[in-house]
Design a protein around this ligand. Structure first.
Ligand code: ADP
Ligand code: MG
Length: 452
């Protein structure tokens, strides 16, 4: 065993553990010597030595032996002459450490949340397509689109829909082996299988499921060997015509560090997104939740306008919306008061303040002109060329949608235009959104970027 050999070995480890783990835990190891079957490494801190020893020792041992070194044990010692690394290098571990290792031979699915069913899922424009696709695969009929990829921002109902599919399949097709797990759990199982040298078991088990659901798949991006295994599992299942359902926080094409072949595999199926909620959907969700709460808080009254106010003021993230309502009910029942505007403002002051980040017309103008690659001055100025007029209308439309400015106020910010011009611009974009896919997409992209 030489330093040079260790250098090569590290490259293999990089592939297995992924870049983050590698940078944090493997790279700082300094190979010292092999003596009496013990390979010794110098580490900068005790903490690090313990961590690596618990989590990667087997893997390192395995690689050392594969490379021909006759080693029975690896040991880590803090060497006085190894400069301590800045503590920022000790990042949070990639694999969930508090999960006690489940034996590989009983492939446990992650538990399903009993609240996440189709019954409790409120359908609106922003999620209707995702909902319809989820319904379809939950029937367990012949596999028509594979994989189904659900993507969208945080708190928009991806996990809810996936659990709903799993519940429904369990009820309709109890004979099917449905496996739901997060991408992190997938990775954890994989690393564990490597460590315990049970890759065969891993492969056999994963290839025996009928429906595989992997939530938040963006987490495997950049983790090369996990991605590779995922890719193989994926292909094996697709070849057997088994349904795969994936979720991600963005479109497959936009996930950084995702291997091209994985990406194109994902794009082969049906890719549907959950859009940020709109006012109607938020109101619908609030009304549904109120019905549910009525059971636990009988006699609770909500003044007119409160739900509308919340739907208006709280962001697109449904989780935040739910949290606000739960707090409101708990508070009202504690103090024994009706939920009116005053109580709402008091109880939710912090939430309301947090969602107050206002998008400005200026910000919209800047983003839109960047997006269309025109100068800000041309957008605001008098030129009537289509290549300026259209972006201008898009910016007007977004200003109307995303800010509380009135039409005359918006007009003023667009070089002193009349409010009827703004109104006309907004109408035009609304029409075009229905007939021109490109415009619809531009508007959606911009809106997301602005609301992010
Ligand atoms: P994601 O996985 O996309 O981050 P979740 O599925 O965890 O989001 O949803 C966050 C919370 O919002 C959950 O409690 C979920 O039940 C709720 N939720 C999201 N969308 C809806 C909806 N359309 N109807 C009812 N509840 C919803
Ligand atoms: Mg989720």
């Amino acid at each position: 065993m030489t330093q040079e050999k260790w250098g090569q070995l590290r490259q293999r480890l990089l592939k297995t553990v992924g870049q983050n783990n590698y940078t944090t835990w493997i790279e700082p190891l300094v190979f010292s010597e092999v003596q009496d079957g013990v390979a010794t490494f110098n580490v900068p801190t005790n903490f690090m030595g313990n961590y690596v020893s618990q989590n990667f020792a087997d893997l390192i041992l395995y690689e050392l032996n594969t490379a021909g070194a006759k080693v029975q044990r690896v040991s880590f010692q803090v060497a006085a002459n190894v400069a301590a690394r800045p503590s920022t290098r000790v990042a949070a571990p990639e694999t969930p450490q508090d999960t006690s290792p489940a034996p590989l031979d009983e492939l446990q699915a992650a538990p399903l949340d009993p609240r996440f069913t189709f019954d409790s899922f409120v359908v609106g424009k922003p999620n209707e397509l995702a909902h319809a696709a989820a319904r379809r695969v939950s029937e367990g009929g012949p596999v028509t689109f594979n994989p189904l990829v659900l993507y969208g921002g945080v708190g928009l109902g991806k996990t809810h829909l996936m659990h709903a599919i799993a519940w429904e399949l369990r009820a309709r097709k109890p004979e099917l082996n449905v496996l739901y797990l997060s991408a992190e759990q997938f990775m954890y199982r994989f690393v564990q299988a490597l460590r315990e040298r049970k890759m065969m078991d891993f492969k056999v088990l994963f290839r025996s499921v009928d429906v595989l659901m992997v939530d938040d798949v963006q987490f495997i991006a950049g983790k090369d060997s996990t991605q590779e295994e995922f890719f193989h599992t994926f292909n094996a299942l697709v070849d057997q015509n088994k349904q795969i359902i994936i979720s991600a926080d963005r479109a497959p094409g936009e996930i950084k560090d995702l291997e091209d072949r994985v990406r194109s595999r994902l794009q082969c199926g049906l890719v549907v997104d959950l859009h940020p909620t709109d006012y109607e959907l938020r109101l619908g969700i609030l009304q549904t939740k109120v019905q549910q709460y009525r059971g636990s808080y009988p006699g609770l009254e909500i003044a007119d306008g409160v739900l509308e106010f919340l739907a208006h003021r709280i962001s697109t993230n449904v989780r935040v919306l739910e949290g606000a309502l739960t707090r409101l009910f708990a508070f009202a029942s504690l103090v024994g008061r009706e939920i009116d505007m005053e109580l709402t403002q008091d109880c939710l002051a912090d939430v309301l303040r947090a969602s107050e980040r206002k998008i400005t017309v200026e910000e919209i103008q800047r983003r839109v002109s960047d997006y269309y690659n025109i100068r800000l001055s041309d957008m605001i100025g008098p030129k009537r060329l289509r290549s300026y007029a259209r972006p201008r209308q898009v910016a007007m439309y977004l200003s109307k949608q995303l800010t509380s400015r009135s039409l005359p106020e918006i007009g003023r910010r667009f070089g002193g235009r009349d409010h009827t011009t703004v109104m006309h611009g907004c109408k035009r974009i609304e029409e075009l959104k229905l007939t021109d896919g490109q415009i619809a997409e531009d508007v959606e992209m911009l809106r997301r970027a602005l609301e992010a």
